[in-house]
Ligand binder design. Structure first.
Ligand code: GRF
Length: 224
């Protein structure tokens, strides 16, 4: 049985890069659209723009250097010790580019989520926009899912779908997906933060019922 998420959880965000999803969370908390507080932002890259966004918002921001640790597990234990020290009870990977080791993921089961730029289970891993184009799909998108030791394979809470347009390249398609990611991440996290969504075994439960398929982000920003 997965651990319960606290009421009005304190969220730690893991980010390696530009941090637009982080910014969406910062803005949503400030606007009262997300019933949570941000405990801090943690990165494996000292130069991540996400850290600047965190500092600008007055949040604790820290980078840990993977090269200063003997192993992946060693690094992850240090990272999650910092996350716990910040008082976080929920972790969100938002553009966090390092694999997480299984013991750490298992310790946070049900309390760690990721946003991935594809309609999972399609296109796990990297370069998802180019791979979607190469595969000739008509529809692409993003997914918010619970993190399990199976990379990009954890139970999906919600997805945002976008059409692939004629003439798209990875940049134009990626930009169209990213725009929807921000609303998707906030909406999915709001379900988790308010206790409406939770992981139980391998299933996502929303309002007490197991989801047969991921919720979908509507045009108005709601999940159905
Ligand atoms: C997003 O596309 C997210 O889905 C993926 O990495 C990207 C991060 O973008 N995991 P940003 O750093 O939030 O702008």
């Amino acid at each position: 049985m997965a651990a319960q998420v606290a009421a009005r959880p304190r969220i730690a965000v893991l980010a390696s890069g530009r941090g637009t999803n982080l910014q969406a969370l910062i803005d949503a908390v400030a606007a009262g659209a997300l019933a949570a507080d941000l405990a801090g932002v943690f990165s494996d890259r000292a130069t991540a723009r996400a850290l600047d966004r965190a500092r600008a918002a007055g949040l604790p921001a820290a980078a840990l250097d993977p090269r200063a640790h003997a192993s992946r597990l060693d690094f992850d234990e240090a990272l999650f010790a910092a996350v716990a020290d910040a008082g976080a009870d929920l972790v969100v990977c938002a553009g966090y580019l390092r694999l997480l080791s299984a013991p750490v993921v298992e310790a946070w089961e049900g309390r760690i989520l990721n946003i991935h730029p594809s309609l999972l289970p399609a296109f796990k891993g990297l370069r998802t926009h180019q791979r979607a184009l190469d595969a000739g799909v008509a529809e692409h998108g993003a997914s918010v899912h619970y993190v399990t030791p199976d990379l990009d394979g954890g139970p999906v809470i919600a997805q945002a779908r976008v059409p692939v347009a004629p003439g798209d390249d990875a940049a134009t398609l990626g930009a169209r997906v990213l725009e929807r990611e921000h609303a998707l991440l906030v909406a999915a996290l709001q379900l988790v933060a308010t206790g409406r969504a939770r992981l139980q075994g391998d299933a996502v439960f929303v309002d007490g019922a197991a989801l047969a398929a991921p919720l979908q982000l509507g045009a108005g920003g709601g999940l159905a």
